[in-house]
Design a protein around this ligand. Sequence first.
Ligand code: PLP
Length: 451
Amino acid sequence: MSVSNPTANSVTDAAADKPAHQSTLTTVEKYRRYVNTSAVKGIEPLVISRAEGANVTTQDGQTFLDCFAGIAVVNAGHRNPEVLDAVRAQLEKLIHCCSYVYYVEPVADLAERLAQATPGALQKTFFCNSGAEAIEGAMRLARAASGKQEFIALQGSFHGRTNGTLTITGNAGRKKRGGPYGTGVAFAPAPYRYRCRYCQGASACTLACADAVEDAIQYGTAGNVAAFIAEPVMGEGGIIVPPDGYFARVKAILDQYGILFIADEVQSGFGRTGRLFAIEHAGVVPDIMAMAKGIADGFPLGAFIAPERIADSFQPGEHLSTFGGNPVSCAAGIANLDFMLREDLPGQAAQKGAWLLERLGELAERFPLIGEVRGRGLMIGVELVTDREAKTPAASQANRTRELLRERGVLIGVGGHYGNVLRIQPPLVIEQDQLETLLDALTEALEVISI
Ligand SMILES: Cc1ncc(COP(=O)(O)O)c(C=O)c1O
């Protein structure tokens, strides 16, 4: 990739062919020509034109089982009928007026529901448009509430693609060629039991990774820490489930130092892990919780919620978002949450996920390529290694497995620091026969790859 002189082609650029009318190019050709995809990891494109439940259908009529759900977004299923009805009704009434300049009913109603559905004293929500914007806002609120500036984050974490969220993201792969980032962040080790360097020699987990949060505070900061931020289950980092007791131990350390806890539930929230929010598994209540993805079943919406005493730390004019709290997205969010709670999607995720984890565990006994199967609910990772003893990451095999699954009509994700973790995060409404289709396709793919 050449970066020598980005202005060198300005004459030819100006003369570039720009057809005046809509061309006969295919969707893929238009993407190549007009959509900036250079930042996206290259995989053979699929043009999706319809979706329903856990299925997506391409322009040329092929149907795939979607076990990635638009990166853990459509938890209540693609085009959930109740969400669609709510959206249609809202479209007839109001699309935008800026929900901060004027008040709108869907914002008030969704905020009330979130206050009821989230743990502890979390009460007042700020709505925005994406996960990164929610994290940025949460960071800003933590600073406003604490009067302190620094952050502790985790190695292996991912919090978004803006400058601020990349500053606290603990993954060089996501940060490369974009720095230098902001200052004022210290990283603690990921609670990653499979690759833990801290409990070696101990017969069981000692939660040394949690204790290392105190080291990060002591040795990596100026003693001016506003908040510790963590994903209750890491997503992009490779579906990393912390050991039992991790967040309780960390919270005790934070309380000792008067440091706030921001839970990044952008990926783990809205039923995915078997509870409405993944931090509930730990029995710890965060001071600020950031949400997005699964909040509105595919409509763009982000949010962060805090107890009144923290939320009210913003002063007038300090924070706003033009599109934040879009009435249509909020109407979708209300219908999504109502559906989720009534149908007990968290319970469904717990039960379906337990079944799938057990079956995947059986595959791990059969295929040495599988180093570890882990997850909570329907947030499942299968870490591939070429050598179980050395835990050598099998990234190319992970990509190949994804391709083989696709050839068999099943879509999954791949992630992890080494790019060697299969990510299985389907809509939570996925049905038993569809889970079996996934499993059969994965078994076949592993058979092919293990030859
Ligand atoms: C845990 C977590 N936080 C934040 C983000 C950023 O969300 P968005 O892409 O909506 O900005 C993501 C996206 O994958 C995420 O997984």
